[in-house]
Design a binder for this molecule. Sequence first.
Ligand code: ADP
Ligand code: ADP
Length: 224
Amino acid sequence: MTAITLSSVKKRYQKTDVVHGVDVEIESGEFVVILGPSGCGKSTLLRMIAGLEEITSGTIAIGDTVVNNLEPRERGCAMVFQNYALYPHMSVAQNIGYALKVAGMPRAERDAKVLKVAKSVSLEPYLDRKPGELSGGQRQRVAMARAMVREPKVFLFDEPFSNLDAKLRVAMRAEVRSLHRGLGVTSVFVTHDQTEAMTLADRLIIMNAGVVEQVGKPSEVYNR
Ligand code: ADP
Ligand code: ADP
């Protein structure tokens, strides 16, 4: 089954095309990495899938639904950012549970869900802390937990580990792969780091200057 279909997806800012008509199909359950140098349009492409950036032309479908005109929260995607984007005045538990609260989920149900998700990313001891009291790795776990709590079918990662030190990055990659597998979701992960891409990807999308240059398994893409 196809999870995400990009058809002739373009993005133009003022008079410059930054994404030039991308055609890609991402299968359900796949871990796809978009790899390319800074400024090549990776983040713009991801943000168009998430609904955070308007599409200039083309279509994006998630499952069988064309999402061009859907709000971000209607798309069944969750995005994880490099800068975590946490609410600084809220506790870890409140950060994780916030979307559920806004959606009107009753307190007891929310508590159970927040606890379950926090456990899955080893955050249970930190539920009452504020983001400012956590390490970078812990903050990124909160960001992942907050994404997971709404049970999205698709995870979108925008260079989430770039601010972490090398050792932690390696650990977080293993963690994210394991969560991906455990949850049975589809993941799209943007990075400019070739090692990171090779480690994570079932399939690589190589981008350069707004164009998809290659799509394939890591072994296929680099053995030519
Ligand atoms: P990447 O994620 O690969 O680093 P981006 O998608 O962030 O690349 O950016 C692609 C290009 O689009 C860059 O040249 C960037 O300067 C440009 N760009 C991104 N956002 C905007 C914007 N809001 N207005 C104008 N140009 C933008
Ligand atoms: P409310 O405003 O409804 O009383 P809070 O602001 O206290 O809720 O908490 C917000 C979110 O954090 C809720 O989703 C709640 O389930 C969760 N939460 C708060 N503390 C904990 C905790 N110790 N363990 C699990 N979940 C918690």
